[in-house]
Design a protein around this ligand. Structure first.
Ligand SMILES: NC(=O)c1ccc[n+]([C@@H]2O[C@H](COP(=O)([O-])OP(=O)(O)OC[C@H]3O[C@@H](n4cnc5c(N)ncnc54)[C@H](O)[C@@H]3O)[C@@H](O)[C@H]2O)c1
Length: 335
């Protein structure tokens, strides 16, 4: 298959592109590099720099290549910022995604894998299933839900086949090189807002302490609980979904480990993995943080046989630690 990976210079997209290439597919990455990194794109992929909101550029792209499918990961992803700047998120995530969907339709590309999120759900004190009530607690989650709804209408009206993948907390780094196991792709968001890389900035000497936003949530230790899923497991699910699109034309799957870890537990495991005391302060809650988001991934397991290969938080954080130690400035050292 020739797959267009939109947002393929980003954290997850670059790993998806690498896995697609490893599985024998042809890959073109389309990314405006607003958040991504040129050096993250696998060298065997073709790269076209551009914006999904630029319809003329998309027309040229779709006229230049015959894509069998699109994997759409391009978005702004910071839940906190989306509560401060909602318009920025509605514009880039919703409006620009519609430009992409319409261009796909006009150019006859009928298969889509879309990166959605746990943030579409209302918080629940048990593993979330795909049919559980939706109820984003932040604008970012709302934008993803709106895109999901557009995709369903494009299926209904225009025959688009889709796999909506609701990732829980993506984390860890991509390791390559057999026994030596070098971390070749990892988290390098600018700005970084995710717990594991922020926590690891303390032992790296880039931050004095980690802040924990609220310890009065209705959870066992009072800090928020999330489901952490390794990016290589996420990438593997994209390959399975793409290959299943002919058989199942409307898929919606959670991708998580089914086990929640609190913020406090993540910091504790990071202390163990790095051997650093990692000082932590509890500060006020942030608007838009749901107390608990944990996935049930039974559906994708039953239908596609997907199972995480790296479910242990120690292994996830160890891979992230290997990446941050070897790339303390992210991709900057590689450009
Ligand atoms: N990181 C997570 O934990 C997580 C969890 C759930 C869902 N997701 C979703 O997964 C996707 C990828 O997340 P990520 O962590 O890799 O983010 P990222 O910021 O690293 O990657 C997003 C990529 O999209 C590109 N992009 C953004 N707007 C664009 C536009 N208008 N045109 C072209 N390119 C554009 C950026 O340059 C970047 O390379 C996002 O859609 C996000 O909502 C991520």
């Amino acid at each position: 298959m020739h797959v267009l990976v939109v947002g393929g210079a980003g954290y997850i997209g670059s790993v998806v592109a690498a896995h697609l290439l490893n599985a024998g597919h042809t890959v073109t990455v389309y990314d405006n590099l607003s958040r991504g990194h040129r050096a993250a794109i696998p060298s065997q992929a073709c790269f076209v720099k551009g914006d999904i909101g630029d319809r003329a550029a998309l027309d040229v792209l779709f006229q230049s290549f015959q894509f069998d499918a699109v994997v759409h990961l391009a978005a702004f992803i910071e839940a906190g910022e989306s509560m401060q700047l909602p318009g920025k998120y509605f514009q880039n995530n919703v409006v620009n995604s519609h430009v992409l969907l319409d261009a796909m339709h006009q150019h006859g590309v009928k298969s889509l894998v879309f990166s959605s999120t746990a943030a579409v759900y209302a918080s629940k004190n048990a593993p979330l299933q795909e049919d559980d009530p939706l109820g984003p607690s932040n604008v970012y989650g709302e934008t993803k839900l709106m895109i999901e709804q557009m995709i369903r209408w494009y299926h209904d009206r225009c025959g688009l086949k889709y796999a909506i993948l609701r990732y829980f907390n993506a984390c860890g780094a991509m390791l390559e090189g057999g026994v030596s196991q070098n971390a070749v792709r990892g988290e390098a968001h600018q700005p970084e807002t995710h717990l594991i890389p922020l926590t690891l900035q303390v032992p790296l000497g880039q931050r004095e302490r980690i802040l924990m936003f609220g310890d009065d949530y209705p959870t066992p230790d009072g800090t928020c609980v999330r489901d952490y899923v390794h990016i290589e497991d996420l990438a593997a699910a994209h390959i399975l979904a793409l290959e299943a699109l002919d058989e199942h034309s409307t898929m919606t799957y959670n991708l998580g480990n089914g086990r929640g870890y609190s913020v406090q537990e993540v910091v504790n495991v990071a202390r163990m993995v790095t051997g650093h005391p990692i000082p932590a302060d509890v500060v006020a809650r942030r608007p838009g943080d749901a107390p608990i988001l944990v996935a049930s991934s039974e559906r994708v397991n039953d239908e596609l046989g997907w199972q995480p290969k790296f479910p242990a938080l120690e292994d996830i954080i160890a891979s992230a630690w290997a990446w941050h130690q070897s790339h303390p400035n992210g991709y900057e050292d590689m450009t």
